[in-house]
Design a protein around this ligand. Structure first.
Ligand SMILES: O=C(O)CCC(=O)C(=O)O
Ligand SMILES: [Fe+2]
Length: 369
């Protein structure tokens, strides 16, 4: 008589950085798998930007469900035009396809607060994994580009801003004069940044409602938000600058396993694929590109604010083994860096008291930046 023995997959420990020191997640020792239909929900944002309270209520309910189940969701009808996204994607590709010498001119050590370009292999999203293969160009929130201040004469001097905000404006405008020779690059990527900042402010209203606050309950926290944008480049196997990194057995990602630092991230990924998220069972699942959608994932600061009711999303990107270069464009959105935020009263009760002391987004981000 034969006996069928089913073995439970074992779990391994994944170490991650968090604002409160190292955190760990248990990960199944099984290969990543495709996501099942609906496992990463897709939320229709129609009506979000208008003062349609019915739409905000519906979107808030769907965000809440997604935040406590998958921790990540697609958004469609998000209001950012295909043309704005496509222009930014194409200009990003042009930027990264320049000779290395050109890119070294805007390398991040030339600028304040790590604005600028990071060379392949010069960053490690996870200290226990190999260096990231990707290249990155990134910049910090700039009042001068923020659509909320379009009515003010430009440039707005740092000294004209509230004193408590000034230390946290981390933009370095010198960056843009060094990229000005690449036709339309600055315009295209800034146009995309402006559109995502507007979307992030609208999403914050739905998130406030999802957390049982009035829709404008977080408005004061996003007058000078942290809105850092990155352009990520994952070279295809035929790209001339592709770096072959030896990692002696460590996981080698295009981008290593990590959680994002701020409240939430709005991510554009192109058609190539490679993004994976860790589900609540500890299984890596693929988050494939879906045309005309963006992805939103929860960051550590929002997780902390919700007393971990909304857990930040662990994710990573596989090395690009296709012939085509891959681009992704995340906006890391968080509150005004100076605002001290306690765990939300709507997320605590006598059985689950606040686990964390008040902290500002700036304090949370600075040591990990
Ligand atoms: O490239 C992607 O799809 C994800 C990028 C990402 O997670 C990041 O830049 O933090
Ligand atoms: Fe990320």
């Amino acid at each position: 008589m034969s006996q069928i023995i089913t073995q439970k997959p074992s779990k391994v420990i994944l170490r991650l950085n968090s604002p409160d020191g190292d955190s760990i997640r248990e990960v199944l020792d099984t290969p990543p798998r495709p996501c099942i239909f609906g496992e990463i929900p897709c939320i229709d944002l129609t009506g979000l930007g208008a003062t349609d309270t019915g739409a905000i209520q519906r979107i808030a309910r769907e965000i809440k469900t997604a935040a406590v189940t998958s921790g990540v969701f697609y958004i469609k009808n998000h209001g950012i035009s295909r043309e704005i996204i496509e222009e930014a994607r194409l200009k990003s590709l042009e930027f990264f396809r320049q000779p290395m010498d050109e890119k070294w001119k805007v390398e991040r050590s030339n600028f304040n607060h790590h604005n600028g370009w990071t060379a392949p292999g010069n960053a490690r999203a996870n200290a226990s994994e190999g260096p990231d293969v990707k290249e990155q160009f990134r910049w910090h929130y700039s009042v001068n580009d923020d659509p909320m201040y379009d009515h003010l004469p430009k440039p707005i001097a740092l000294g004209a801003l509230p004193a408590e905000i000034q230390p946290y404006i981390w933009a370095d405008e010198r960056l843009w004069s060094k990229t000005a020779a690449l036709p339309n690059f600055n315009d295209a990527v800034k146009r995309y940044w402006r559109a995502t900042i507007n979307l992030a402010r609208d999403l914050t209203k739905a998130i406030a409602v999802a957390l049982e606050m009035p829709a404008d309950g977080m408005d004061d926290l996003i007058t000078y938000p942290s809105g850092d944008m990155a352009l990520n480049f994952y070279p295809g196997i035929e790209h001339p600058t592709k770096t072959n990194m030896e990692t002696s057995g460590l996981y080698q990602g295009g981008l290593g396993s990590h959680t994002d630092l701020q409240c939430f991230t709005i991510l554009f990924q192109d058609h190539i694929g490679g993004l994976q998220v860790l589900n609540k069972d500890g299984q890596w699942i693929e988050a494939p590109p879906i045309a005309d959608t963006l992805i939103v994932n929860i960051g550590d600061f929002l997780s902390r604010l919700t007393n971990d009711k909304w857990e930040s999303t662990v994710h990573r990107v596989e090395v690009n083994r296709t012939n085509a270069d891959r681009i992704s464009m995340p906006l890391f959105f968080g509150f005004n860096f100076n605002k001290q935020c306690a765990v939300l009263p709507t997320c605590t009760d006598e059985n689950s008291p606040p686990k964390y002391a008040p902290l500002s987004c700036g304090e949370a981000v600075e040591p990990r930046n």
